[in-house]
Design a protein around this ligand. Structure first.
Ligand code: GDP
Ligand code: IMO
Ligand code: MG
Length: 458
């Protein structure tokens, strides 16, 4: 019966991959239910690092079913690269299952994502440019291509043709833009340069080439394509545990995040049902993952952002560079106003606080407990209005810092009293127990608070 959702409680990169890997030990199936290869989930096992973009973070257990659910948008080239990369490292991917209903990220989605960002200029969202937004838009427009379409080249071709037609204008604008950029860069227009190459249509968008290429991906992925909802039901109905691995995070949620600076899916726990094909009463526990501080990659409001020595400490000690794009992450203090919002939205039953080790060496620790608007109004809860959030100034609770290196702590008693007091403060403010604390990237670098969880039904 137990269904357990793991959800990002902040702006992403909280360490969901590591927490999933740890809890997966006690599950029969691990399911990604939304997002795509905008995600980058890291696991460090015995000093070896794995970065997953589409494959669920349970794949290092060969006996468990790993599922890419219907709610995911999937770039088959990236998925095949990921599969090949794992095989080369001796990892068995035989139990990977892909929903036939998941939507495909097509080459035009990737181009349109970049074009959209360039058009927005200073107002750009800072997307990962992986085609996520345009792919979900096509899904909603009912112009999407699904995994099952890969298995019939005639259908595939028809669907690509239908999807391409309404994009012609945007793609024409894009090729004009490309030509201009090339000219500015001195390509094509140079003496001896081949103008016909610069003017040629983008070969990635040729209907015939694309249909053949994608049918080829279909052949390679076919052994993994399945009715994944049924797979989840079978595990749940048999009394087993299914872990639903969220990507992105609550504040990047399309409906509940800091719109428009969000992703194009719903990363919150409620979406696990839609994105995997199970019912709300299949969910028993929701684990939120938050760092002991906060980071954000891409544009958008971030009230506790720091542009000082503490911010640099967090960036450097926390190695805060994006797993997917390599971009520097913006860093700041933990925001408990936003965390309490995430706790309620997801109805969390437990919190995992990661990267507590990164705080060591700071004299004072701060946690935002309310915001003040430009007009002086006080906000104890997360404001729904975009303009307020953009100008909100955080007010902090200050707690004493600690010097000790936490990386070898393995029990609550090993943690310095200041670190325990910080965790107590966070848990009390958030209103949920902290069950797991991260003290380093390795899978053994954790402190369980209370008993280790027994997720299997008694
Ligand atoms: P995800 O997207 O939520 O899975 O997180 P990412 O993998 O993008 O980013 C988290 C980063 O922090 C990864 O490099 C992890 O190896 C690392 N990490 C996870 N937990 C801890 C921790 O407790 N301490 C430290 N120092 N690093 C951690
Ligand atoms: P994981 O699962 C952090 C951010 C992008 C951008 C916004 C929209 O590793 O936590 P998109 O490409 O989704 O249209 O970009 O969302 N973003 C993430 N930030 N972690 C992620 O995933 C993210 N996935 C998307 O930086 O601000
Ligand atoms: Mg990440």
């Amino acid at each position: 019966m137990p269904g357990v959702v793991i959800v990002g409680a902040q702006w992403g990169d909280e360490g969901k991959g590591k927490v999933t890997d740890l809890l997966a030990e006690r599950a029969e199936a691990i399911v990604r239910f939304q997002g795509g290869n905008n995600a980058g989930h890291t696991i460090v096992r015995d000093g070896e690092e794995f970065k997953f973009h589409l494959i669920p973070s349970g794949i290092l257990y060969p006996e468990k079913a790993c599922v890419i659910g219907n709610g995911v948008v999937l770039d088959p080239r990236i998925l095949l690269d990921e599969i090949e990369g794992l095989k080369r490292r001796g990892i068995d991917v035989g139990n990977l299952r892909i929903s036939a209903n998941a939507h495909l990220i097509m080459p035009y989605h990737v181009l349109l994502d970049t074009a959209g960002e360039l058009k927005l200029g200073k107002l750009s969202i800072g997307t990962t440019r992986r085609g996520i937004g345009p792919c979900y838009a096509d899904k909603a427009l009912r112009l999407g291509i699904r995994v099952q379409d890969l298995l019939d080249e005639k259908i595939l071709r028809k669907k690509i043709l239908a999807a391409l037609e309404p994009k012609q204008q945007a793609l024409r604008e894009l090729s004009v833009q490309r030509r201009k950029l090339r000219k500015e860069a001195g390509e094509g227009g140079r003496e001896g340069g081949d103008q016909s190459v610069a003017d040629a249509p983008d070969p990635r968008l040729d209907l015939h080439t694309m249909s053949e290429e994608f049918a080829g991906y279909g052949h390679r992925l076919e052994p993994h394509i399945a009715d994944t909802s049924r797979l989840c039901w079978n595990v749940l109905d048999g009394g087993g545990t299914v872990l639903f691995e969220g990507a992105q995070a609550t504040l990047l949620d399309l409906d509940h995040g800091t719109y428009p600076f969000v992703t194009s899916s719903n990363p919150i726990a409620g979406a696990a049902c839609v994105g995997a094909g199970v019912g709300p009463t299949d969910i028993d526990e929701v684990w939120g993952v938050a760092k002991a501080y906060a980071t954000r990659v891409g544009a958008g409001p971030f009230p506790t952002e720091l542009d000082d020595a503490v911010g640099r400490h967090l960036l450097e000690r926390g190695h805060e560079f994006g797993t997917t794009t390599g971009r520097e992450r913006r860093c700041g203090w933990i925001d408990l106003v936003a965390l309490r919002y995430a706790v309620r939205l997801n109805r969390m039953s437990a919190l995992a606080i990661t990267k507590l080790d990164v705080l060591s060496g700071l004299d004072v620790l701060r946690a935002a407990v309310r915001y003040r608007s430009r007009e002086g109004a006080v906000f104890d809860s997360f404001p729904y209005h975009q303009s307020i959030l953009h100008s909100a100034e955080p007010e902090y609770e200050e707690l004493p810092g600690f010097e000790a290196d936490l990386s070898t702590c393995r029990s609550e008693a090993d943690l310095p009293p200041q670190a325990r007091a910080f965790l107590d403060f966070v848990a009390r403010f958030a209103g949920v127990p902290i069950r797991l604390v991260g003290v380093g990237p390795g899978r053994d670098q954790v402190v369980w608070i209370g008993d280790e969880p027994h997720l299997r039904a008694a």
